[in-house]
Design a protein around this ligand. Structure first.
Ligand code: ADP
Ligand code: MG
Length: 451
């Protein structure tokens, strides 16, 4: 299929677009522009970088994002290779120190324009993201008066930026006077570097403290590599909060797992910490139908379920699948059948583990690792003692995470309703944020299951 060859190439271009929106022009020019593709097959991409710094920059800042754009191999890994260009008779490319843009005096500080498609109305809700969505709506309805800051965390491609921009749109639509300022952490740091060099740091401070009513900060995990700038951002959060100005932060990890100072972590935990989970099967189907509809594409429920069963941990990849299908069908004027989906999405589909994990397996591992008195039988029972109730909830949480089944079906396997499963998942997610021991036990169970 000729089309697939250019798909990896296309994915790289999409990734560049994505990064372009989130970093300053100077950073883009220094770090991203020098990268070129030397080879892109349907399952592999090779990038040529001028030196090791550029590679390191890409890997340490954008690896997850890049992978979320690339098609997956059969092992579920995007195959990404690098070659370092050999400079032939050329002066070495000066890279480590980014070129500083001379900022004209009145240049406004970097700002991300809100993506028009990222609105509450287009965010599909399900049990694993309902809580975070209502927190976001709460903040948008009463900025500065409910939770401040609102901290949204979760894996790549699960809708954090979508929610962040939705908050911005909502506030702006209700009150045009509200000055909503949306930045990525990386752009903020770049601005800060520039301001320090241009001696315009006071202007920057003034701007953020007196000309912004709502501050939306995307991807705070970037600050981990830029610790020198932590204090500035920390002071800014404090200043804004003292003026009851709303701050919303997104991150790929909860505050306690970020490698940042205690003070910064404490500030981020001041308000509400909310998690965006992986949407379960039914929600993924709804997302697929919604995205397809937006593209004017008709997809049968059967096909939507097929896609949702195979692509399960990243909504961006679901979207990629729809785009690919859409392009393919338009081109060849074909109807979308399961067979066609299989062919077109071959390398995107994540193959479910050959052996399906069962609830029994999970219960057995949980009983062993948590040393539950009474074993699996006790876990299946109704006893509410903490020593049994907690491991039982862990089993439900893992079943939801590892087994690709509807909540109803999972509930039935435990002899409970689907809302018990939802409750268990929320409780375990909440608890494991602060409880390292619990997190460790859970990953031990996972390892045991797969062993
Ligand atoms: P993140 O910031 O968590 O990496 P994004 O917000 O960029 O993820 O989301 C990736 C893509 O998936 C976006 O196009 C977004 O619109 C879409 N998306 C994610 N979650 C949902 C959802 N629940 N409903 C609709 N679209 C979603
Ligand atoms: Mg994002």
């Amino acid at each position: 299929m000729v089309m697939l060859v250019s798909d990896t190439h296309e994915a790289w271009l999409q990734f560049l677009e994505y990064v372009k929106e989130r970093c300053s022009a100077a950073a883009f020019r220094n770090w991203l522009s020098p990268i070129s593709i030397t080879e892109a097959t349907e399952s592999e991409i090779t990038l040529e970088v001028p030196n090791i710094f550029v590679k390191e920059y890409l890997i340490s800042n954008y690896k997850n994002e890049l992978c979320s754009f690339l098609p997956l191999t059969h092992e579920g890994e995007p195959a990404l290779n690098f070659i370092i260009a050999t400079p032939v008779n050329k002066a070495p490319v000066p890279v480590a120190a980014p070129v500083v843009e001379k900022a004209p005096q009145e240049k406004r500080f970097y700002e991300v324009s809100l993506n028009q498609n990222y609105r509450f109305e287009t965010f599909i809700e399900g049990p694993n993201n309902q809580f975070v969505k209502s927190a976001a709506v709460g903040v948008a309805t009463r900025p500065g008066q409910s939770y401040n800051p609102l901290f949204i965390h979760g894996g790549v491609g699960l809708g954090k930026t979508h929610l962040l921009h939705s908050i911005g749109h909502y506030i702006h639509d209700k009150n045009k006077k509200m000055r909503v300022h949306c930045i990525t952490t990386e752009a903020f740091v770049n601005d800060l570097v520039e301001s320090l060099k241009n001696k315009s740091i006071d202007r920057m401070k003034r701007f953020y403290r007196s000309e912004v009513d709502v501050l939306l900060v995307d991807d705070i995990q970037f600050l981990q590599n830029r610790l020198n700038f932590e204090e500035e951002l920390c002071n800014l959060f404090e200043a804004l909060r003292n003026q009851n100005k709303q701050v919303v932060i997104t991150s790929d990890k909860p505050p306690s797992q970020l490698k940042l100072s205690e003070r910064m972590i404490a500030r981020m935990e001041w308000g509400l910490v909310a998690h965006v989970g992986i949407p379960e099967l039914e929600t993924r189907v709804a997302i697929i139908q919604h995205k397809a509809q937006q593209k004017g594409l008709e997809i049968s429920n059967q096909v939507a379920f097929f896609i949702a069963e195979h692509i399960y941990n990243n909504v961006r990849q679901l979207e990629g699948a729809i785009n690919r299908l859409s392009a393919h069908c338009r081109l060849l004027e074909l109807d979308i059948t399961e067979d066609l989906v299989k062919k077109t999405l071959r390398e995107m589909l994540q193959h479910a583990p050959t052996e399906k994990i069962s609830v029994e397996q999970i219960l057995k591992s949980v009983a062993t690792i948590f040393q539950v008195k009474g074993g699996v039988r006790a876990l299946k029972g109704n006893e509410r003692k903490k020593e049994i109730a907690l491991p039982r909830q862990v089993a439900m949480y893992l079943a939801n995470k590892l087994i690709n089944e509807s909540l109803q079906m999972l509930g039935a396997s435990f002899g409970k309703t689907h809302s018990t499963i939802i409750h268990a998942c929320r409780n375990i997610e909440k608890k494991s944020v602060d409880d390292e021991m619990l997190r460790r036990q859970i990953s031990m169970v996972e390892r045991d299951i797969y062993a």
